[in-house]
Design a protein around this ligand. Sequence first.
Ligand code: FAD
Length: 428
Amino acid sequence: MKNDPEHTHNYYAATAHAAPARAALNHNIEVDVAIIGGGFSGIASAISLAERGFSVAIAEAKQIGWGASGRNGGQVLGGWSGEGELIKQLGPRAEEFLWKTRYLGNDIVEARIQKYGIDCDYARGAATVAFNPRQMKGLEAEFEESESHGLKGILSLADKTEIRRHVGSDLYYGGLIDRRGAHCHPLNLCLGEAAAAETIGVQIFENTTVTSIEHTERPVVHTENGHIRARWVILAGNAYHTLEARKLGGYMLPAKTYVLATEPLREDLANSIMPQNLAVCDANWVLDYFRFTADRRFLFGGRCNYANNDIADIEGSLAPRMREIFPQLANVKTDYAWGGVIGIPLNRVPLVGHVSENVLYVQGYSGHGVNCSHIIGEMFADAIEGDCADLDLFEDAKHFKVPMADIIGSPMLALGMSYFRLRDKLGI
Ligand SMILES: Cc1cc2nc3c(=O)[nH]c(=O)nc-3n(C[C@H](O)[C@H](O)[C@H](O)COP(=O)(O)OP(=O)(O)OC[C@H]3O[C@@H](n4cnc5c(N)ncnc54)[C@H](O)[C@@H]3O)c2cc1C
């Protein structure tokens, strides 16, 4: 993958564990469940299903982890995007689900790392940082709610002096430390999970683009040189697919987001930034997120381009912001800088449900998919076994469709994000 033009400057691709080149599908097969997309959503679903005895095949257009799963910030944080909206729409039922699943994704990831011996630099510890009293109030409310829902001893509040001990910047007003949040090398997690899936019988085909889905009693996934007939299909192409446009098009707007990784830092310099090796994001609408890699590079992401255009100079766009927060990085070199696409539903609630009776789909985690994709895998397996309670919750959520989204979607998202950036600047 590291020679693919999309990945030549990606730290993860450069440091990925060796993975087998998997053959493309060039014949016809039949399985219980056909999965489209070899990112976290596809692979996690495959493991959940194969562990329950289903036969599974995955068709991935490029390579395992090629999409957002092999490019992200590596932050494995609890919760979902769009939580407030889900509760506003569906009330206590949503609230109960959200607290029940708060760290479920982390639990699943940790259990799989343990069970299948996956080496992906997984480290616990995270924080959300606030720039102003208003943001701090939000973190205080989150802390109190978490305590009242029985999650004791996981979160702790940090005032300005305390947060400075965790995150070495003068810009923060306070923060919330999260002992269950974590970070990892996401591409190695995804590759490790794919290898694990194969050990329990999952067939994986790379360089296999799905061209269409035939919706019949036993749906058929057509690829360029073969097909997969199945009892169920899971569409997990997220922001990188264009299938089923009539049903799914216009609900999710794609945004490009970017990350840089510095050269490895001296230990004392790294300690001046984050002695506890946390995964940090801020409480802004348009947020910055950062952490250290296992070889002590500072990995910094954020300030993304919501116009869905490519930024020519990623480093030039991200590094000034990184140095504004951490002036001690003034003379540090950037070794890698890359980008990827996230899918953002207008209300930020992930889009999950049925395309047809036996074709399921998930997309639009709004940049918060590492943990959630693992929960979705279990939800899909439950649904295929006949328990649709959690899936129904997402299907009952109302979403907005942007008419002619391919033409006006990106400018609209850019306009929306300019508004949110302004709110961040004004601290409202
Ligand atoms: C730069 C960046 C930073 C991020 N940071 C974080 C973070 O720190 N924490 C977090 O939780 N989330 C983060 N995210 C979001 C997270 O990475 C995603 O939500 C998650 O990886 C989605 O996984 P997925 O499997 O649904 O999609 P993807 O990983 O994008 O996988 C979809 C796959 O489907 C394949 N595909 C598409 N169409 C077809 C087709 N027709 N046939 C066959 N295959 C097809 C693609 O090739 C791709 O490999 C970030 C995303 C980006 C881009």
